[in-house]
Design a binder for this molecule. Sequence first.
Ligand SMILES: Nc1ncnc2c1ncn2[C@@H]1O[C@H](COP(=O)(O)OP(=O)(O)OP(=O)(O)O)[C@@H](O)[C@H]1O
Ligand SMILES: [Mg+2]
Length: 510
Amino acid sequence: MKSILLEMKNITKEFPGVKALDDVNLQVLEHEIHALCGENGAGKSTLVKVLSGVYPHGSYEGRILYKNKECEFKDIRQSEELGIVIIHQELALIPELSIAENIFLGNEQATQGVINWNETKRKTKELLEVLGLDESPDTLIKNIGVGKQQLVEIAKALSKDVQLLILDEPTAALNENDSENLLKLLLALRKKGITAILISHKLNEVKQVADKVTIIRDGKTIETIDAKEITEDRIIRGMVGRSLSNRYPDRTPAIGADFFEVKDWNVYHPIQQDRQIVKDVNFHIKRGEIVGIAGLMGAGRTELAMSIFGQSYGKKKSGEVIKDGKPVDVSTVHKAIEAGIAYVSEDRKKYGLILMNDIKENITLSKLDKIAKRKIVNEFDEYEQAEMYRKKMNIKTPSVHQVTGNLSGGNQQKVVLSKWIFSDPDLLILDEPTRGIDVGAKYEIYSIINQLSNEGKGILLISSELPEILGMCDRIYVMSEGEFTGEVSVEDATQELLMKCMTKSKGNAL
Ligand SMILES: Nc1ncnc2c1ncn2[C@@H]1O[C@H](COP(=O)(O)OP(=O)(O)OP(=O)(O)O)[C@@H](O)[C@H]1O
Ligand SMILES: [Mg+2]
Protein backbone atom coordinates (compact mmCIF):
# COMPACT_ATOMS: atom_id res chain seq x y z
CA MET A 1 0.00 0.00 0.00
CA LYS A 2 1.32 3.42 -0.93
CA SER A 3 1.06 5.97 1.81
CA ILE A 4 -0.63 9.33 1.52
CA LEU A 5 1.77 12.13 0.65
CA LEU A 6 -0.60 15.02 0.40
CA GLU A 7 -4.10 15.84 1.47
CA MET A 8 -5.93 19.02 0.68
CA LYS A 9 -9.14 19.21 2.68
CA ASN A 10 -12.19 21.38 2.12
CA ILE A 11 -10.28 24.08 0.26
CA THR A 12 -12.30 27.16 -0.60
CA LYS A 13 -10.77 30.19 -2.29
CA GLU A 14 -12.55 33.33 -3.35
CA PHE A 15 -11.53 36.25 -5.51
CA PRO A 16 -13.68 39.34 -5.71
CA GLY A 17 -16.84 38.16 -7.46
CA VAL A 18 -15.51 34.63 -8.13
CA LYS A 19 -15.55 31.51 -6.02
CA ALA A 20 -12.62 29.80 -7.70
CA LEU A 21 -12.57 26.81 -5.33
CA ASP A 22 -15.54 25.52 -3.41
CA ASP A 23 -14.79 22.84 -0.83
CA VAL A 24 -12.21 20.97 -2.88
CA ASN A 25 -10.62 17.75 -1.64
CA LEU A 26 -7.53 16.14 -3.09
CA GLN A 27 -5.55 13.15 -1.94
CA VAL A 28 -2.22 12.29 -3.57
CA LEU A 29 -0.32 9.09 -2.78
CA GLU A 30 3.44 8.78 -2.74
CA HIS A 31 5.15 8.02 -6.09
CA GLU A 32 2.08 8.54 -8.20
CA ILE A 33 1.40 10.80 -11.12
CA HIS A 34 -1.86 12.44 -10.23
CA ALA A 35 -3.58 14.38 -12.99
CA LEU A 36 -5.97 17.28 -12.49
CA CYS A 37 -8.45 17.78 -15.28
CA GLY A 38 -11.23 20.27 -15.78
CA GLU A 39 -12.52 22.93 -18.14
CA ASN A 40 -10.88 26.32 -18.53
CA GLY A 41 -11.53 28.28 -15.38
CA ALA A 42 -12.46 25.20 -13.34
CA GLY A 43 -9.92 26.10 -10.65
CA LYS A 44 -6.94 23.80 -11.35
CA SER A 45 -4.23 26.46 -11.32
CA THR A 46 -5.78 28.10 -8.28
CA LEU A 47 -5.70 24.82 -6.39
CA VAL A 48 -2.00 24.23 -6.99
CA LYS A 49 -1.23 27.86 -6.17
CA VAL A 50 -2.93 27.35 -2.82
CA LEU A 51 -0.87 24.21 -2.33
CA SER A 52 2.44 25.86 -3.10
CA GLY A 53 1.90 28.99 -1.04
CA VAL A 54 1.46 31.41 -3.94
CA TYR A 55 -1.81 32.14 -2.18
CA PRO A 56 -0.64 32.15 1.43
CA HIS A 57 -2.29 30.51 4.40
CA GLY A 58 -5.11 32.74 5.57
CA SER A 59 -6.15 33.71 2.04
CA TYR A 60 -8.11 30.46 1.66
CA GLU A 61 -10.19 28.16 3.84
CA GLY A 62 -9.36 24.51 4.46
CA ARG A 63 -6.35 22.44 5.42
CA ILE A 64 -3.22 21.13 3.76
CA LEU A 65 -1.52 18.03 5.15
CA TYR A 66 1.84 17.03 3.70
CA LYS A 67 3.30 13.81 5.07
CA ASN A 68 0.64 14.00 7.76
CA LYS A 69 1.85 17.37 8.94
CA GLU A 70 -0.31 20.46 8.88
CA CYS A 71 1.11 23.05 6.47
CA GLU A 72 0.48 26.76 6.61
CA PHE A 73 2.74 28.13 3.90
CA LYS A 74 3.25 31.86 3.91
CA ASP A 75 5.02 31.86 0.57
CA ILE A 76 6.44 29.63 -2.12
CA ARG A 77 9.80 29.37 -0.40
CA GLN A 78 8.26 27.54 2.54
CA SER A 79 6.68 24.90 0.33
CA GLU A 80 9.93 24.51 -1.61
CA GLU A 81 11.75 23.80 1.63
CA LEU A 82 9.57 20.71 1.96
CA GLY A 83 10.31 19.68 -1.62
CA ILE A 84 7.08 20.91 -3.21
CA VAL A 85 7.99 22.64 -6.46
CA ILE A 86 5.54 24.20 -8.89
CA ILE A 87 6.06 24.99 -12.53
CA HIS A 88 3.48 27.54 -13.51
CA GLN A 89 1.24 27.54 -16.53
CA GLU A 90 2.53 30.94 -17.57
CA LEU A 91 6.29 30.63 -17.73
CA ALA A 92 8.15 32.84 -15.31
CA LEU A 93 11.69 33.03 -16.65
CA ILE A 94 13.60 36.26 -17.07
CA PRO A 95 14.22 36.82 -20.78
CA GLU A 96 17.36 38.93 -20.39
CA LEU A 97 19.16 36.34 -18.25
CA SER A 98 20.91 33.18 -19.41
CA ILE A 99 19.63 29.64 -18.99
CA ALA A 100 22.10 29.02 -16.15
CA GLU A 101 21.22 32.29 -14.40
CA ASN A 102 17.53 31.47 -14.62
CA ILE A 103 17.90 27.94 -13.30
CA PHE A 104 19.81 29.05 -10.23
CA LEU A 105 18.05 32.35 -9.65
CA GLY A 106 17.25 32.55 -5.94
CA ASN A 107 19.26 29.38 -5.40
CA GLU A 108 22.70 30.70 -6.36
CA GLN A 109 25.69 28.40 -6.26
CA ALA A 110 27.94 30.49 -4.10
CA THR A 111 31.01 30.08 -1.95
CA GLN A 112 31.43 32.69 0.78
CA GLY A 113 28.88 34.94 -0.81
CA VAL A 114 30.47 34.90 -4.27
CA ILE A 115 28.68 33.15 -7.11
CA ASN A 116 30.65 30.23 -8.45
CA TRP A 117 29.95 30.47 -12.16
CA ASN A 118 31.92 27.38 -13.11
CA GLU A 119 29.84 25.31 -10.74
CA THR A 120 26.62 27.00 -11.90
CA LYS A 121 27.37 26.20 -15.53
CA ARG A 122 28.56 22.66 -14.81
CA LYS A 123 25.35 21.86 -12.97
CA THR A 124 23.29 23.54 -15.67
CA LYS A 125 24.98 21.42 -18.34
CA GLU A 126 24.19 18.28 -16.38
CA LEU A 127 20.53 19.21 -16.05
CA LEU A 128 20.23 20.15 -19.71
CA GLU A 129 21.68 16.80 -20.64
CA VAL A 130 19.15 14.93 -18.48
CA LEU A 131 16.41 16.81 -20.32
CA GLY A 132 17.99 16.39 -23.74
CA LEU A 133 18.10 20.13 -24.30
CA ASP A 134 20.90 21.03 -26.64
CA GLU A 135 21.65 24.62 -25.65
CA SER A 136 24.56 26.36 -23.98
CA PRO A 137 24.09 27.44 -20.34
CA ASP A 138 24.99 30.96 -21.53
CA THR A 139 22.17 31.25 -24.06
CA LEU A 140 19.71 33.99 -23.14
CA ILE A 141 16.16 32.87 -22.46
CA LYS A 142 14.78 35.42 -24.92
CA ASN A 143 16.66 33.65 -27.71
CA ILE A 144 14.97 30.28 -27.26
CA GLY A 145 11.37 29.39 -28.06
CA VAL A 146 8.62 28.70 -25.53
CA GLY A 147 9.07 24.95 -25.91
CA LYS A 148 12.67 25.07 -24.80
CA GLN A 149 11.80 27.57 -22.09
CA GLN A 150 9.44 24.97 -20.67
CA LEU A 151 12.30 22.52 -20.40
CA VAL A 152 14.43 25.13 -18.62
CA GLU A 153 11.61 25.53 -16.09
CA ILE A 154 11.73 21.80 -15.46
CA ALA A 155 15.52 21.90 -15.14
CA LYS A 156 15.03 24.64 -12.57
CA ALA A 157 12.63 22.47 -10.59
CA LEU A 158 15.01 19.52 -10.72
CA SER A 159 17.87 21.70 -9.46
CA LYS A 160 15.93 21.96 -6.22
CA ASP A 161 15.44 18.90 -4.07
CA VAL A 162 12.01 18.12 -5.41
CA GLN A 163 9.69 15.46 -3.93
CA LEU A 164 6.35 16.67 -5.22
CA LEU A 165 6.58 18.22 -8.65
CA ILE A 166 3.57 20.21 -9.81
CA LEU A 167 3.33 20.83 -13.53
CA ASP A 168 0.65 23.19 -14.78
CA GLU A 169 0.21 22.43 -18.48
CA PRO A 170 3.83 21.53 -19.13
CA THR A 171 3.28 20.29 -22.65
CA ALA A 172 0.92 22.97 -23.89
CA ALA A 173 3.78 24.71 -25.68
CA LEU A 174 5.60 21.56 -26.77
CA ASN A 175 5.32 19.62 -30.01
CA GLU A 176 4.50 15.92 -29.98
CA ASN A 177 8.08 14.78 -29.88
CA ASP A 178 9.08 17.02 -27.01
CA SER A 179 5.87 16.24 -25.14
CA GLU A 180 6.63 12.56 -25.52
CA ASN A 181 10.11 13.10 -24.07
CA LEU A 182 8.72 15.08 -21.20
CA LEU A 183 6.23 12.34 -20.35
CA LYS A 184 9.01 9.78 -20.42
CA LEU A 185 10.95 12.04 -18.10
CA LEU A 186 7.98 12.15 -15.72
CA LEU A 187 7.80 8.37 -15.69
CA ALA A 188 11.55 8.18 -15.03
CA LEU A 189 11.19 10.66 -12.18
CA ARG A 190 8.37 8.58 -10.73
CA LYS A 191 10.72 5.59 -10.69
CA LYS A 192 13.16 7.71 -8.73
CA GLY A 193 10.45 8.31 -6.17
CA ILE A 194 9.23 11.73 -7.23
CA THR A 195 5.49 12.32 -7.03
CA ALA A 196 3.84 14.57 -9.60
CA ILE A 197 0.65 16.54 -9.96
CA LEU A 198 0.02 17.05 -13.65
CA ILE A 199 -2.48 19.54 -15.03
CA SER A 200 -3.15 19.02 -18.70
CA HIS A 201 -5.79 19.47 -21.36
CA LYS A 202 -4.08 16.87 -23.51
CA LEU A 203 -6.15 13.93 -22.39
CA ASN A 204 -4.20 11.38 -24.42
CA GLU A 205 -1.13 12.31 -22.40
CA VAL A 206 -3.04 12.08 -19.15
CA LYS A 207 -4.22 8.65 -20.12
CA GLN A 208 -0.67 7.65 -20.98
CA VAL A 209 0.99 8.54 -17.68
CA ALA A 210 -1.52 9.20 -14.92
CA ASP A 211 -2.12 6.79 -12.06
CA LYS A 212 -5.16 8.79 -10.99
CA VAL A 213 -7.21 11.65 -12.34
CA THR A 214 -9.11 14.08 -10.16
CA ILE A 215 -11.77 16.05 -11.98
CA ILE A 216 -12.64 19.59 -11.02
CA ARG A 217 -15.74 21.30 -12.36
CA ASP A 218 -16.76 24.87 -11.48
CA GLY A 219 -14.45 24.92 -8.47
CA LYS A 220 -15.71 21.64 -7.06
CA THR A 221 -14.11 18.21 -6.96
CA ILE A 222 -16.31 15.85 -8.92
CA GLU A 223 -14.47 12.55 -8.62
CA THR A 224 -11.13 10.76 -8.67
CA ILE A 225 -10.72 8.15 -11.39
CA ASP A 226 -8.37 5.18 -11.00
CA ALA A 227 -5.75 4.19 -13.61
CA LYS A 228 -7.69 1.22 -14.94
CA GLU A 229 -10.78 3.31 -15.58
CA ILE A 230 -9.00 6.20 -17.28
CA THR A 231 -10.08 6.80 -20.86
CA GLU A 232 -10.37 10.11 -22.69
CA ASP A 233 -14.14 9.76 -22.93
CA ARG A 234 -14.39 8.99 -19.26
CA ILE A 235 -12.43 12.15 -18.38
CA ILE A 236 -14.49 14.28 -20.73
CA ARG A 237 -17.69 12.98 -19.20
CA GLY A 238 -16.41 14.01 -15.78
CA MET A 239 -15.28 17.41 -17.01
CA VAL A 240 -18.33 18.52 -18.93
CA GLY A 241 -20.95 16.17 -17.53
CA ARG A 242 -21.66 14.51 -20.89
CA SER A 243 -19.89 12.67 -23.71
CA LEU A 244 -18.46 14.50 -26.67
CA SER A 245 -19.08 12.32 -29.69
CA ASN A 246 -17.17 14.40 -32.21
CA ARG A 247 -14.02 16.44 -31.61
CA TYR A 248 -14.32 18.47 -34.81
CA PRO A 249 -17.53 20.16 -35.92
CA ASP A 250 -18.96 19.26 -39.32
CA ARG A 251 -18.30 21.69 -42.11
CA THR A 252 -19.13 21.84 -45.76
CA PRO A 253 -16.31 23.87 -47.25
CA ALA A 254 -17.36 26.73 -49.51
CA ILE A 255 -14.07 27.50 -51.18
CA GLY A 256 -13.81 30.42 -53.57
CA ALA A 257 -11.04 31.90 -55.68
CA ASP A 258 -7.43 32.48 -54.74
CA PHE A 259 -7.10 35.83 -53.01
CA PHE A 260 -3.92 35.80 -50.97
CA GLU A 261 -0.47 34.90 -52.10
CA VAL A 262 3.05 35.06 -50.69
CA LYS A 263 5.83 34.85 -53.26
CA ASP A 264 9.52 34.02 -52.89
CA TRP A 265 9.57 34.95 -49.23
CA ASN A 266 12.95 35.05 -47.53
CA VAL A 267 13.69 36.08 -43.95
CA TYR A 268 16.92 36.27 -41.99
CA HIS A 269 17.55 36.03 -38.26
CA PRO A 270 17.26 39.44 -36.56
CA ILE A 271 20.66 39.18 -34.85
CA GLN A 272 22.68 36.57 -36.71
CA GLN A 273 21.99 38.18 -40.04
CA ASP A 274 23.59 35.48 -42.15
CA ARG A 275 21.23 32.85 -40.82
CA GLN A 276 18.29 32.33 -43.12
CA ILE A 277 15.18 31.35 -41.20
CA VAL A 278 12.59 31.32 -44.00
CA LYS A 279 13.80 30.11 -47.38
CA ASP A 280 12.02 30.86 -50.61
CA VAL A 281 8.54 30.17 -49.36
CA ASN A 282 5.58 30.37 -51.73
CA PHE A 283 1.98 29.79 -50.81
CA HIS A 284 -1.54 30.84 -51.64
CA ILE A 285 -4.93 30.77 -49.94
CA LYS A 286 -8.41 30.79 -51.39
CA ARG A 287 -11.40 32.52 -49.91
CA GLY A 288 -13.16 30.28 -47.44
CA GLU A 289 -10.22 27.93 -47.30
CA ILE A 290 -8.58 26.65 -44.14
CA VAL A 291 -4.92 26.01 -44.84
CA GLY A 292 -2.64 24.37 -42.32
CA ILE A 293 1.08 24.63 -41.77
CA ALA A 294 2.51 21.59 -40.04
CA GLY A 295 6.08 21.44 -38.80
CA LEU A 296 8.33 20.67 -35.90
CA MET A 297 9.35 23.21 -33.30
CA GLY A 298 11.95 25.51 -34.87
CA ALA A 299 10.79 24.82 -38.43
CA GLY A 300 10.20 28.54 -38.92
CA ARG A 301 6.40 28.63 -39.00
CA THR A 302 5.98 31.36 -36.39
CA GLU A 303 8.81 33.36 -37.94
CA LEU A 304 7.14 33.08 -41.34
CA ALA A 305 3.80 34.26 -39.96
CA MET A 306 5.30 37.11 -37.96
CA SER A 307 7.43 38.32 -40.84
CA ILE A 308 4.31 38.56 -42.99
CA PHE A 309 2.39 40.29 -40.23
CA GLY A 310 4.02 43.71 -40.33
CA GLN A 311 7.61 42.48 -40.31
CA SER A 312 7.26 41.54 -36.66
CA TYR A 313 10.15 39.16 -37.08
CA GLY A 314 13.47 39.11 -38.90
CA LYS A 315 15.71 41.21 -41.06
CA LYS A 316 16.64 41.50 -44.70
CA LYS A 317 13.41 40.22 -46.12
CA SER A 318 12.60 39.74 -49.72
CA GLY A 319 9.46 38.60 -51.41
CA GLU A 320 5.97 39.80 -52.17
CA VAL A 321 2.57 39.65 -50.56
CA ILE A 322 -0.30 39.81 -53.01
CA LYS A 323 -3.93 40.24 -52.12
CA ASP A 324 -6.74 40.20 -54.65
CA GLY A 325 -4.18 40.38 -57.44
CA LYS A 326 -2.40 43.46 -56.12
CA PRO A 327 0.83 43.74 -54.10
CA VAL A 328 0.16 44.92 -50.55
CA ASP A 329 2.44 46.73 -48.14
CA VAL A 330 2.80 44.73 -44.93
CA SER A 331 5.85 46.53 -43.63
CA THR A 332 4.28 47.54 -40.32
CA VAL A 333 1.68 45.89 -38.10
CA HIS A 334 -0.66 48.80 -38.71
CA LYS A 335 -0.37 48.37 -42.49
CA ALA A 336 -0.83 44.60 -42.19
CA ILE A 337 -4.06 45.14 -40.22
CA GLU A 338 -5.18 47.72 -42.78
CA ALA A 339 -4.47 45.12 -45.46
CA GLY A 340 -6.90 42.79 -43.70
CA ILE A 341 -4.42 40.47 -42.03
CA ALA A 342 -4.66 39.36 -38.41
CA TYR A 343 -2.22 37.24 -36.48
CA VAL A 344 -3.04 35.38 -33.27
CA SER A 345 0.32 34.83 -31.62
CA GLU A 346 1.36 31.55 -30.02
CA ASP A 347 2.82 33.58 -27.17
CA ARG A 348 -0.24 35.33 -25.79
CA LYS A 349 1.52 36.77 -22.79
CA LYS A 350 4.27 38.48 -24.73
CA TYR A 351 2.54 39.53 -27.93
CA GLY A 352 -1.14 38.80 -27.57
CA LEU A 353 -2.42 40.70 -24.55
CA ILE A 354 -1.88 43.63 -22.27
CA LEU A 355 -2.39 41.68 -19.07
CA MET A 356 -2.80 44.75 -16.85
CA ASN A 357 -5.68 46.06 -18.93
CA ASP A 358 -9.21 44.83 -18.72
CA ILE A 359 -10.84 42.42 -21.13
CA LYS A 360 -12.81 45.00 -23.09
CA GLU A 361 -9.74 47.10 -23.81
CA ASN A 362 -7.82 44.08 -25.03
CA ILE A 363 -10.58 42.89 -27.32
CA THR A 364 -11.12 46.23 -29.03
CA LEU A 365 -7.46 47.22 -29.29
CA SER A 366 -6.89 45.67 -32.70
CA LYS A 367 -9.32 48.06 -34.38
CA LEU A 368 -10.14 51.08 -32.26
CA ASP A 369 -11.64 52.83 -35.30
CA LYS A 370 -14.60 50.50 -34.99
CA ILE A 371 -15.58 51.92 -31.61
CA ALA A 372 -14.28 55.48 -31.95
CA LYS A 373 -15.82 58.64 -33.29
CA ARG A 374 -13.41 61.40 -34.25
CA LYS A 375 -10.60 59.46 -32.61
CA ILE A 376 -12.37 59.23 -29.26
CA VAL A 377 -13.30 55.80 -27.98
CA ASN A 378 -16.98 55.41 -27.23
CA GLU A 379 -16.86 53.46 -23.99
CA PHE A 380 -20.38 52.17 -24.35
CA ASP A 381 -19.60 50.69 -27.77
CA GLU A 382 -16.42 49.26 -26.37
CA TYR A 383 -18.39 47.55 -23.62
CA GLU A 384 -21.11 46.31 -25.95
CA GLN A 385 -18.66 44.81 -28.42
CA ALA A 386 -16.62 43.14 -25.70
CA GLU A 387 -19.80 41.76 -24.12
CA MET A 388 -20.79 40.28 -27.44
CA TYR A 389 -17.46 38.45 -27.68
CA ARG A 390 -17.65 37.34 -24.06
CA LYS A 391 -20.91 35.59 -24.85
CA LYS A 392 -19.92 34.34 -28.29
CA MET A 393 -16.60 32.88 -27.11
CA ASN A 394 -17.98 31.84 -23.75
CA ILE A 395 -15.21 33.64 -21.83
CA LYS A 396 -15.54 32.68 -18.20
CA THR A 397 -15.44 35.90 -16.18
CA PRO A 398 -17.87 37.89 -14.05
CA SER A 399 -17.49 40.87 -16.39
CA VAL A 400 -15.48 42.34 -19.24
CA HIS A 401 -14.17 44.92 -16.76
CA GLN A 402 -12.02 42.15 -15.24
CA VAL A 403 -8.25 42.56 -15.55
CA THR A 404 -7.13 40.12 -18.28
CA GLY A 405 -4.21 38.83 -16.22
CA ASN A 406 -6.71 37.43 -13.70
CA LEU A 407 -8.35 35.12 -16.21
CA SER A 408 -7.49 31.45 -16.39
CA GLY A 409 -5.03 30.52 -19.14
CA GLY A 410 -7.60 29.18 -21.55
CA ASN A 411 -9.87 32.14 -21.11
CA GLN A 412 -6.99 34.51 -21.86
CA GLN A 413 -6.54 32.61 -25.11
CA LYS A 414 -10.18 33.27 -25.96
CA VAL A 415 -9.63 36.99 -25.40
CA VAL A 416 -6.73 37.01 -27.88
CA LEU A 417 -8.87 35.24 -30.42
CA SER A 418 -11.74 37.67 -29.90
CA LYS A 419 -9.37 40.57 -30.34
CA TRP A 420 -8.29 39.49 -33.79
CA ILE A 421 -11.72 38.41 -34.96
CA PHE A 422 -12.86 41.89 -33.89
CA SER A 423 -10.38 43.41 -36.38
CA ASP A 424 -12.51 41.79 -39.09
CA PRO A 425 -9.65 40.40 -41.17
CA ASP A 426 -9.76 38.76 -44.60
CA LEU A 427 -6.88 36.51 -43.65
CA LEU A 428 -6.65 35.21 -40.12
CA ILE A 429 -3.35 33.60 -39.20
CA LEU A 430 -3.77 31.42 -36.13
CA ASP A 431 -0.60 30.27 -34.41
CA GLU A 432 -1.39 27.40 -32.02
CA PRO A 433 -4.87 28.81 -31.31
CA THR A 434 -6.05 26.05 -29.01
CA ARG A 435 -3.00 25.81 -26.82
CA GLY A 436 -4.17 25.34 -23.23
CA ILE A 437 -7.83 25.16 -24.27
CA ASP A 438 -10.10 22.47 -22.85
CA VAL A 439 -11.78 19.93 -25.13
CA GLY A 440 -15.20 21.53 -25.01
CA ALA A 441 -13.88 25.02 -25.67
CA LYS A 442 -11.73 23.68 -28.50
CA TYR A 443 -14.89 22.53 -30.21
CA GLU A 444 -16.36 26.00 -29.78
CA ILE A 445 -13.24 27.59 -31.25
CA TYR A 446 -13.22 25.19 -34.19
CA SER A 447 -16.85 26.10 -34.84
CA ILE A 448 -15.89 29.77 -34.86
CA ILE A 449 -13.01 29.11 -37.28
CA ASN A 450 -15.39 27.22 -39.55
CA GLN A 451 -17.91 30.01 -39.40
CA LEU A 452 -15.23 32.57 -40.34
CA SER A 453 -14.19 30.47 -43.30
CA ASN A 454 -17.81 30.19 -44.40
CA GLU A 455 -17.96 33.97 -44.36
CA GLY A 456 -15.24 33.86 -47.03
CA LYS A 457 -12.23 34.54 -44.89
CA GLY A 458 -8.99 32.71 -45.47
CA ILE A 459 -7.54 30.92 -42.48
CA LEU A 460 -3.91 29.94 -42.04
CA LEU A 461 -3.68 27.49 -39.17
CA ILE A 462 -0.30 26.77 -37.62
CA SER A 463 -0.53 23.88 -35.22
CA SER A 464 1.73 21.31 -33.65
CA GLU A 465 -1.17 18.98 -33.10
CA LEU A 466 -1.45 16.90 -36.21
CA PRO A 467 -4.97 15.64 -35.42
CA GLU A 468 -6.06 19.29 -35.25
CA ILE A 469 -4.47 20.04 -38.64
CA LEU A 470 -6.07 16.95 -40.15
CA GLY A 471 -9.43 17.60 -38.50
CA MET A 472 -9.71 21.24 -39.54
CA CYS A 473 -7.83 22.00 -42.76
CA ASP A 474 -8.67 21.72 -46.45
CA ARG A 475 -5.06 21.80 -47.54
CA ILE A 476 -1.81 21.47 -45.66
CA TYR A 477 1.67 22.82 -46.23
CA VAL A 478 4.55 21.25 -44.35
CA MET A 479 7.53 23.27 -43.25
CA SER A 480 10.92 21.97 -42.27
CA GLU A 481 14.08 23.93 -41.56
CA GLY A 482 12.65 27.12 -43.03
CA GLU A 483 11.42 25.57 -46.25
CA PHE A 484 8.13 24.22 -47.49
CA THR A 485 8.72 20.51 -47.98
CA GLY A 486 5.27 19.36 -48.94
CA GLU A 487 1.74 20.35 -49.91
CA VAL A 488 -1.12 17.91 -49.50
CA SER A 489 -4.88 18.06 -49.65
CA VAL A 490 -6.60 16.80 -46.55
CA GLU A 491 -7.96 13.79 -48.46
CA ASP A 492 -4.43 12.57 -49.12
CA ALA A 493 -2.95 13.53 -45.77
CA THR A 494 -2.11 11.14 -42.96
CA GLN A 495 -0.09 11.72 -39.80
CA GLU A 496 2.67 9.50 -41.18
CA LEU A 497 2.92 11.43 -44.44
CA LEU A 498 3.02 14.77 -42.65
CA MET A 499 5.65 13.52 -40.20
CA LYS A 500 7.78 12.40 -43.13
CA CYS A 501 7.71 15.86 -44.69
CA MET A 502 8.25 17.53 -41.32
CA THR A 503 11.58 15.83 -40.93
CA LYS A 504 12.98 16.09 -44.42
CA SER A 505 14.85 18.83 -46.22
CA LYS A 506 13.86 20.23 -49.57
CA GLY A 507 16.27 18.08 -51.59
CA ASN A 508 13.94 15.12 -51.23
CA ALA A 509 10.63 16.89 -50.85
CA LEU A 510 7.38 15.45 -52.16
N1 LIG B 1 -6.10 36.56 -9.35
C1 LIG B 1 -7.37 36.36 -9.69
N2 LIG B 1 -8.30 37.31 -9.54
C2 LIG B 1 -9.59 37.10 -9.88
N3 LIG B 1 -10.06 35.95 -10.39
C3 LIG B 1 -9.19 34.96 -10.59
C4 LIG B 1 -7.79 35.10 -10.25
N4 LIG B 1 -7.17 33.95 -10.55
C5 LIG B 1 -8.11 33.11 -11.03
N5 LIG B 1 -9.33 33.71 -11.06
C6 LIG B 1 -10.60 33.10 -11.49
O1 LIG B 1 -10.75 31.86 -10.81
C7 LIG B 1 -11.29 30.86 -11.66
C8 LIG B 1 -10.39 29.65 -11.71
O2 LIG B 1 -9.21 30.00 -12.43
P1 LIG B 1 -8.00 29.00 -12.66
O3 LIG B 1 -6.90 29.80 -13.26
O4 LIG B 1 -7.71 28.25 -11.43
O5 LIG B 1 -8.61 28.00 -13.76
P2 LIG B 1 -7.94 26.74 -14.49
O6 LIG B 1 -8.76 25.55 -14.12
O7 LIG B 1 -6.50 26.69 -14.20
O8 LIG B 1 -8.23 27.06 -16.02
P3 LIG B 1 -7.31 26.88 -17.36
O9 LIG B 1 -7.50 25.49 -17.82
O10 LIG B 1 -7.92 27.83 -18.34
O11 LIG B 1 -5.90 27.23 -17.02
C9 LIG B 1 -11.51 31.54 -13.01
O12 LIG B 1 -12.83 31.96 -13.08
C10 LIG B 1 -10.57 32.73 -12.98
O13 LIG B 1 -11.02 33.79 -13.78
MG1 LIG C 1 -4.82 27.01 -15.34
